[in-house]
Design a protein around this ligand. Structure first.
Ligand SMILES: NC(=O)c1ccc[n+]([C@@H]2O[C@H](COP(=O)([O-])OP(=O)(O)OC[C@H]3O[C@@H](n4cnc5c(N)ncnc54)[C@H](O)[C@@H]3O)[C@@H](O)[C@H]2O)c1
Length: 334
């Protein structure tokens, strides 16, 4: 049976999701592309052969010819649209973050728990990236001994808006690291501190965070939204018996004029294409079977990322180490 998917939001991410549904998801078809901008919806629908276009997300979620939904509209729409999907009994792959407010994440969790079934998978796609998977596996196999530290670097060429702030680096960019490190280390955070060096211009400076985990490990995260040279994500997991570092991912290397060079991607889409495809295939299996995928990100994970981000913003503003205080994990998300 072919599952009919709707994509809500036809911007950068929505177009990529529509492409994956159309080209890389055997067993799925692109039923509707929905955007409040009718021109965008039509352009993406035409490009990837969607059966229909729409401009009301709520109406799309309610449609009988839509089996499941991908939400790729702006952050503030994620929690309300996820709740609408839960109420309609439809599984949803919702882009990250579930919400920038941990209180709103709790509302979505409550709605899901009320239904007694899992409906929401979050788009923290790095969980499906091969390098993080290998780090997680190396720890589980005992290849590194006990984990001590995980260092992370997340660099973008330049900020999307001139009013981008250090707090936004923590709430918009760092949640990817907050989430995937929790998966790799299989622990939660206890405290966070955040610092910024000074730039010589008005662009937002990097934010450097140090997090303590509940298992007494240290996690460092550098978010540099104006790194200038390329999109560059690095990580190194340091254990008592060894360390595992992520390689720069490039298919080719140019050797010429007495030097050797590999290229950087301009943004995240090429670097994580494979992870998005794996993630979306896992979502399709979730829709087919009702079984929540083992490593996928849930509403609970969305809540955890929001709590850490909130503590990180407080830490940056106050210059003080700030406790990360979460509710106990509900049995429903065990
Ligand atoms: N997983 C990742 O790696 C990743 C990367 C980038 C962005 N994101 C997330 O994806 C989401 C979309 O980001 P983007 O870069 O594609 O943004 P974008 O601005 O390019 O696209 C958003 C689209 O949503 C539409 N839209 C706005 N409100 C809407 C509504 N109520 N209903 C329907 N459509 C609506 C806009 O018209 C626009 O076309 C954001 O929440 C962002 O955080 C995730």
């Amino acid at each position: 049976m072919t599952l009919r998917l709707a994509v809500i939001g036809a911007g950068l991410m929505g177009a990529d999701h529509a492409k994956i549904v159309a080209e890389d998801l055997p067993g799925a078809s692109l039923q509707v592309v929905c955007d409040m901008d009718a021109g965008r919806a039509k352009a993406v629908a035409d490009r990837f052969g969607a059966a229909d276009v729409a401009n009301s997300p709520e109406a799309v979620i309610a449609r009988a010819d839509v089996d499941a939904v991908i939400v790729a509209s702006p952050d503030f729409t994620h929690a309300p649209l996820s709740m609408a999907c839960i109420k309609a009994g439809k599984r949803v792959l919702c882009e990250k973050p579930l919400s920038q407010s941990s209180a709103e994440c709790l509302q979505v969790m409550d709605e899901e728990m009320l239904c007694g079934e899992r409906f929401v998978q979050l788009g923290f796609m790095r969980r499906y990236d091969q390098s993080y998977m290998e780090m997680r596996q190396a720890l589980r196999d005992g290849a590194l001994g006990r984990a001590l530290m995980m260092h992370n670097f997340h660099r973008n060429v330049e900020t999307p808006a001139s009013d981008f702030t250090g707090a936004m680096a923590i709430t918009n960019s760092a949640p990817h690291e907050f989430d995937v490190v929790r998966l790799v280390l299989d622990t939660e955070y206890r405290a966070i501190s955040a610092h910024q060096p000074k730039r010589s211009d008005s662009r937002v400076a990097p934010v450097v965070m140090v997090l303590e985990t509940q298992d007494d490990q240290l996690v460092t995260i550098e978010i540099n939204n104006n790194a200038a040279y390329g999109y560059d994500v690095r990580a190194e997991l340091v254990g008592e018996a060894g360390s595992l570092a992520m390689n720069h991912v490039a298919y080719t290397r140019l050797d010429a004029k007495l030097s050797s060079a590999t290229a950087y991607e301009p943004d995240w889409r090429g670097r994580y294409h494979e992870a998005y495809v794996r993630q979306n295939r896992a979502f399709l299996r979730f829709v087919e079977t009702g079984q929540f995928p083992e490593i996928a990100s849930s509403c609970w994970d969305g809540y955890c990322a929001a709590v850490v981000a909130e503590a990180g913003v407080l830490a940056l503003e106050s210059g003080q180490k700030t406790l990360v205080e979460m509710i106990s994990k509900p049995e429903f998300y065990a």
